[in-house]
Design a protein around this ligand. Structure first.
Ligand SMILES: NC(=[NH2+])NCCC[C@H](N)C(=O)O
Length: 651
């Protein structure tokens, strides 16, 4: 591997010496800037100092006023002059004045005036000398900033802030639907994001693994289950069993409803019904529903045999889930679940709700009327007539338990926007209970629907099916190019990775709240902004840098002043944005922020190959170009890994 993993990060002294080399005597520094982790901060602080010397505006105001540009043609940074909040002067006049008075700088050109804004272009030669070594030395850490997650940015010894990201959270014996898929992808990304920002992240999977349906499942397993199948394919097999037993339960219900109808008629006709009623009772007792109810009751009461069966289903499912998640580069620190919520914490919550007069009893059930506080929150049930808990009740208990256990500073629930109401109710109830210490730290990260997620073999039920299907599709696409295909070492594995990238990129391309259409052909195409295209870009740059195998030392010794082509400069300027893109992503919490950048970057990259030939160039030039391309590969790889993708080296 070239410049990556364990290479030491660039130190502030190294930065200082590079800056001295280009004629800047001191590292420009301002509060909340991290020049050693983000070269843009060097420029922001530098420009701020220069502007402060020619106008009477607070440095902090100048710094905050500086903005990113949308395209390179608009400069590297811009400053809308009205944001300087200077009273009594016309912004366009002030812009002109500042541009004229702007002192000579070795780092930036004199700003150009565009309307009421100043556009700053960084001088490219010093920028290149700053950026290329910065990326090469920081390697896999490049772009990330572990300071954001510090409890106290001025005192790292106080440790990191604690975050729980709860995501994926499928239901055992039920299909893994699109909502779970998106939660898995987006949640995995968010966990990486916050880790990159220096938070101490706990990845949590909150399984749907409790409720009467697990009684149904146990009854079903008795009838239709197979030990061998269970071990081989627990998730699929349990689902099969569940489907079969649910069908029986539905049929039975029809029969019972008919019987009940009959009895009612007899009662109306004042005929004796004793015998019929006994018959119905016998039917009910024998029925799946009643047996399941009894079975679940045993689970609730802690019957070890009943719990043992259920625990096996759960454990085997988790083993299988782990494999699948690993394909997506996801691992969990905790598999919690609805079943793990303690009665004690739910009882405690119920007590508080009652004492504070938040809940009331209605026909034996316990309700909370949230509509008084916010109309759309409505009324919600927190305890059923028979005393059993609900989804919402378990979430209340779970939140308090997690807070006890982790003392988190922030907890993110990555759940589809179909559950907006549920989570809003949860947070509101916590608040009314007086637990603002918890509710204020919770955030629901939601997302829209996936439309038409079916595969060619029918409707996809499980994550594995989806991944297998896109993998097959990718394999087919790869076979389309026979020459290339022959060169790929392990086509199955590559197709699998590409397929996963296809699904993930399609999912993360738009804003989270948008719905999107699951379109297998489009996502698997090498054309357009797709996962395979991104992978192709990574494989291509790898293949080019492979042809100039240079050590990190050699790359760092390159004479970067040889990089003068406009294409090289565009690439350097684009790479320089990466740490800022990361900062912005922490703000937006949108994977599309990263993807949009990466696509822009690979477009710049691919249009530069023609000009920046490595092979065949004279030795020194080759070294300089290789240094730039290795840096580009590093940034591309870092961005892809942040999203949860596995960059491929060949394809
Ligand atoms: N804490 C939560 N409620 N998380 C979301 C759980 C999602 C739930 N298992 C479902 O499939 O709908």
């Amino acid at each position: 591997m070239e410049a990556s993993q364990n290479t030491p990060a660039q130190s502030i002294d190294e930065l200082a010496s590079i800056l001295q080399g280009v004629g800047v005597s001191e590292v420009p520094k301002m509060p909340n800037t991290y020049p050693e982790l983000n070269p843009f901060d060097v420029y922001r602080a530098h420009i701020t100092e220069l502007l402060a010397s020619i106008c009477d505006v607070e440095k902090s105001i100048i710094l905050a006023a500086m903005q990113w540009t949308t395209t390179l043609e608009k400069g590297d940074l811009q400053l809308p002059v009205p944001a300087l909040r200077k009273k009594g002067v016309k912004p366009d006049a002030l812009a002109k004045e500042l541009a004229e008075k702007f002192p000579e700088s070795v780092l930036v050109e004199r700003p150009t005036v565009v309307g009421v804004s100043l556009a700053f272009f960084f001088k490219t030669s010093p920028l290149t000398k700053l950026i290329v070594p910065f990326v090469l030395k920081n390697g896999a850490k490049c772009g990330f900033n572990p300071n954001f997650g510090l409890r106290d940015p001025t005192d790292p010894s106080k440790g990191k802030k604690k975050m729980i990201v709860e995501f994926s959270s499928p239901n055992i014996a039920k299909p893994f639907h699109a909502g779970h898929l998106r939660s898995t992808i987006i949640g995995g990304f968010l966990a990486n994001l916050y880790e990159g920002a220096g938070w101490d992240v706990t990845r949590m999977n909150y399984l749907g693994d409790w409720g009467k349906q697990y009684g149904v499942l146990a009854v079903g397993f008795d009838k239709f289950g197979s030990e061998a199948e269970l071990v081989k394919n627990p998730i699929g097999h349990l689902y099969e069993v569940y489907v079969k037993i649910s069908a029986i339960s539905r049929e039975e219900k029809e029969v019972m409803d008919a019987k009940e109808e009959e009895i009612k008629k007899l009662q109306e006709a004042k005929e004796p019904t004793g015998e019929k009623e006994a018959e119905l009772q016998a039917l009910i007792d024998k029925g799946v529903d009643e047996q399941a109810r009894k079975y679940f009751k045993r689970m609730v009461d802690g019957d070890s045999e009943a719990l043992g069966v259920w625990k096996r289903f759960r454990d085997l499912s988790i083993v299988k889930y782990k494999d699948t998640y690993a394909r997506l580069n996801i691992r969990y620190d905790e598999y919690s679940g609805e079943s793990q919520v303690q009665d004690a914490s739910m009882d405690e919550a119920a007590k508080i709700l009652e004492e504070k007069g938040i809940s009331h009893v209605d026909r034996g059930a316990v309700l909370v009327d949230l509509s008084k506080h916010q109309k759309k929150l409505g009324k919600c049930l927190v305890k059923k007539k028979d005393g059993t808990s609900l989804y919402l009740t378990r979430d209340i208990g779970a939140a308090t338990e997690r807070f006890e256990k982790y003392h988190f500073d922030k907890m993110i629930y990555v759940v589809a926007n179909q559950q907006d109401l549920h989570l809003a109710q949860l947070f509101k109830i916590m608040e009314l209970m007086g637990r603002t210490d918890i509710s204020s730290r919770c955030e629901h990260i939601n997302f829209g629907m996936v439309l038409g997620m079916s595969t060619r073999k029918g409707t996809a039920r499980f994550l594995d099916d989806i991944l297998r299907d896109v993998g097959d599709k990718m394999h087919e696409v790869m076979r389309g190019n026979a020459d290339k295909y022959a060169e790929v070492e392990d086509p199955h594995k590559t197709a699998d990775t590409l397929g996963i990238s296809a699904v993930m990129v399609q999912d993360m391309k738009g804003k989270r709240v948008n719905n999107y259409e699951f379109n297998m052909d489009r996502m698997c195409s090498f054309e357009g902004d797709t996962g395979p295209y991104l992978q192709y870009a990574h494989a291509r740059i790898t293949s080019i840098t492979r042809k100039a195998p240079l050590s990190l030392e050699e790359l760092l010794s390159a004479d970067l002043s040889l990089l003068t082509e406009p294409k090289a400069m565009d690439l350097v300027r684009t790479l320089a944005c990466w740490p800022d893109v990361f900062v912005n992503t922490v703000k937006t919490q949108e994977p599309t922020t990263v993807l949009t950048y990466l696509f822009k970057m690979v477009h710049t990259l691919s249009s530069s190959y023609e000009v920046l030939k490595v092979v065949g160039s004279e030795e020194e030039l080759k070294k300089a170009r290789a240094a730039l391309l290795v840096a580009a590969k590093q940034v591309l790889g870092n961005g892809m890994r942040l999203l949860g993708l596995s960059p491929v080296e060949r394809m």
